[in-house]
Design a protein around this ligand. Structure first.
Ligand code: COA
Length: 174
């Protein structure tokens, strides 16, 4: 995405709040990372040790936001501004209970407002076949345009003991 698109309508829900995650509270961060990402075998931040993760979260080029609800942290938005004029949507998602409730669109509209309030000319992301099947169409409707396809190979975080063994049962644990 090279310019800010028109925001799509999103439902308002007075129990959804966006909180900037400024303290390097690793336990809280890992907990919401697991809640949102376990069913999609997210591993990137679980592979970071405590020191590396704390450094990452306090890097001035990284902005992390949490979608909070009365039942806890239910969404994660991570923006990486470390490359000049670029923003990578490095993590994005809501917990399983909030999928298909409009919370994803609500969170994306916040992501667009925050990202494009910086002096960038490119907002981009990775998605993969392990992510939620809604993700690709959702990103196209948002205004992202596909530009590259790759094969990525990484170790299964369940096998490494970083994610619970019964996560993502649709994906065989070989
Ligand atoms: C990817 C993800 C954000 C997609 O969100 P989603 O749950 O399909 O999408 P939403 O429920 O927010 O919205 C889908 C559409 O329905 C609309 N909608 C859904 N519920 C609604 C409601 N109650 N009222 C009004 N509109 C609603 C939304 O506004 C949106 O419309 P649009 O996309 O045409 O603008 C979500 O599935 C997710 O977080 N998955 C888990 C993590 C993941 O895979 N992340 C992607 C990593 S790259």
């Amino acid at each position: 995405m090279r310019t800010k698109p028109a925001l799509r309508p999103s439902p308002q829900n007075s129990s959804w709040h966006l909180e900037r995650f400024s303290e390097p509270d690793l336990e809280r961060y890992r907990s919401v990372f697991h809640r949102v990402g376990d069913e999609h075998l997210w591993a990137a931040r679980l592979l970071m040790g405590p020191l590396m993760l704390a450094r990452f979260l306090t890097d001035p080029g990284i902005e992390v936001y949490v979608l909070t609800t009365p039942s806890g942290d239910q969404g994660l938005l991570e923006l990486d501004f470390r490359v000049d004029k670029n923003c990578e949507l490095s993590l994005f998602g809501v917990a399983p209970d909030l999928v298909s409730t409009g919370a994803g669109r609500w969170l994306m509209n916040h992501a667009l407002e925050i990202a494009w309030s910086h002096p960038i000319d490119r907002f981009w992301l990775h998605t993969c076949t392990l992510d939620h099947p809604n993700a690709f169409g959702f990103y196209l409707r948002t205004g992202f345009v596909p530009y590259e396809r790759k094969v990525e190979v990484y170790d299964d975080p369940r096998y490494l003991g970083l994610t619970r063994r019964d996560a993502a049962p649709r994906v065989p644990l070989l």
